[in-house]
Design a protein around this ligand. Structure first.
Ligand code: TRP
Length: 478
């Protein structure tokens, strides 16, 4: 019997799944905190320019290659030539590393959501720790492992359901829900006195950060570029995989615009929920990653009795966002194994495959869950401690802080820029823009702006990727 690989039931379902992949912790956590650290408006301008010049282009490239070959990241490259197998490996390895730390974080978000749910019923949801809960949670290994396990299991269950009955069904309900909850939070926050300072930070023109000796243009550029890539789920074959399940009739070029647009709008909306909320309740939003867990919890505590409800809604929406993203990463490795089985003439067992990979990835993520994010004295030592490097100054601080940073550096800092760089060079110089053009025109639609895309694949994307990569190396060596 011939194995049916599956296909999105509708274009709407595909868009919900792809936007679900893109909208995640990157939008609701990363975007506001990175914007907060690198000058607000200045960051925003560079971010938007990069979405147009790089994001949309790489998105189209990935979707086109996926749909053309009808295979996930490894199979797609192998369809061109055996010698590109390592490109497939880059994507799979990045998937392993990203999903492992992403699910630990997803578990933490789930813990906060449950905490506020309990508070709604009058039970102290934060173990008597109040706003100090985050520090407590990091050393509460039982709790952290439990949440990590549950989050990973949920991810696995959805992927087991398949592309159409699992991922598409879930995303088609979850994404609209996420959108309305976000609107609710934004409106509630907008009614709080003092919220206006948050909007000003985001939208009133101010480029003073470029002349700030501590930050400067290069840092803002690098931060925005990395954020844009991560947020759009690009550079590791995620969109390639989703594209491989898309019908030839659908309009690729339009989809490649809708997904980045929706992702960017949600990132902006998330900023408009988080920054003004902090501004209204006198909580810092320029201090970095503590924003999601420490600052926002303080905000909800300060809101008074209604804070429990708003807090629950907020973490519930972050939870949905994280889950629709984590399933897209697990789907990358699952599809790889399915394609592999098919190419060997075997009948793949999706449930078994996603189960095995979930277990493997769970194990890879254990150090991330058990090192208290490098706070010291934890069950699992941080990478630098294990290597016996005592020095924690600039330069080394990048990768030796904790396992999460190390995994993130390897995946987001190295594998993804390299993956996107090579893909763009292949499309721009080796296969030529016609691979993309022909695929876009497969459904009878005309390919627009060919010159623009060709130029970006050839020059803009490789240059931007090279800059990110260079900046990464400079950070690494101080
Ligand atoms: N884009 C998601 C976010 O913003 C995370 C994500 C999902 C991702 N799939 C990916 C990141 C693939 C990189 C590659 O949170």
């Amino acid at each position: 019997m011939e194995y049916k690989r599956g296909q999105w039931a509708s274009n709407f379902g595909f868009v919900m799944a792809a936007v679900g992949s893109a909208v995640g912790l990157g939008n609701i956590w990363g975007f506001p905190y990175k914007m907060g650290m690198t000058g607000g408006f200045a960051f925003l301008v560079i971010y938007l320019a990069l979405v147009v010049l790089v994001g949309v282009v790489v998105m189209l490239g990935e979707l086109a290659i996926g749909r053309k070959t009808g295979k996930g990241v490894m199979g797609a490259y192998l369809s061109f030539s055996k010698k590109y197998a390592w490109m497939g490996f880059i994507g799979l390895l990045a998937g392993f590393l990203i999903l492992s730390f992403y699910s630990v974080l997803g578990g933490m978000v789930m813990r906060y959501m449950l905490g506020y749910l309990l508070q709604l019923f009058g039970v102290d949801g934060f173990a008597g720790q109040g706003t100090g809960f985050f520090g407590f949670m990091l050393y509460d290994y039982g709790g952290i492992l439990f949440c990590y396990l549950v989050f990973m299991a949920l991810t696995m269950l959805i992927v087991m359901g398949g592309v159409e009955k699992g991922i598409e069904k879930f995303s088609s309900v979850a994404m609209p829900a996420l959108f309305f909850i976000l609107l609710f939070v934004i409106i509630y926050v907008a009614c709080q006195p003092g919220a206006i300072d948050g909007y000003k930070f985001m939208f009133s023109p101010d480029f003073s950060v470029f002349s700030d000796p501590e930050i400067g243009f290069f840092e803002v550029f690098k931060t925005a570029a990395g954020q844009m890539f991560f947020s759009l789920s690009l550079g590791m074959g995620c969109m390639m995989t989703y594209g491989s399940y898309l019908s030839k009739q659908e309009n690729l070029q339009k989809n490649a615009l809708i997904i980045p647009l929706a992702d960017t709008i949600i990132a902006l909306l998330a900023g408009m929920a988080v920054m003004p909320a902090c501004a209204a309740f006198n909580v810092e939003y320029t201090k970095g990653p503590g924003l999601l867990f420490v600052s926002m919890q303080t905000v909800f505590e300060n809101m008074g009795s209604f804070g429990n409800f708003v807090g629950f809604m907020f973490y519930f929406l972050v939870f949905i966002a994280a889950l629709t993203s984590s399933i897209s990463i697990l789907e990358v490795v699952t599809t790889f194994q399915i394609d592999h089985a098919i190419s060997k003439g075997k009948t793949p067992d999706r449930k078994k495959i996603s189960c095995i990979y979930s277990v493997l990835i769970f194990v890879v993520g254990l150090p991330v869950a058990l090192d208290a994010l490098g706070s010291g004295g934890a069950f699992m030592k941080a990478p630098y401690e294990m290597l016996g490097i005592a020095y924690k100054g600039p330069g080394f601080a990048m990768w030796n802080d904790c396992w999460l940073d190390l995994y993130d550096l390897i995946s987001e800092g190295v594998l993804m820029p390299v993956g996107a760089f090579i893909m763009s060079v292949l499309i721009g110089w080796v296969w030529k823009i016609d691979v993309v053009k022909d695929e876009c025109e497969a459904g009878g639609k005309k390919f627009a702006a060919k010159k623009y895309y060709a130029f970006c694949f050839k020059y803009v994307v490789p240059v931007v990727m090279a800059i990110i990569f260079y900046a990464q190396l400079m950070d690494f060596f101080g």
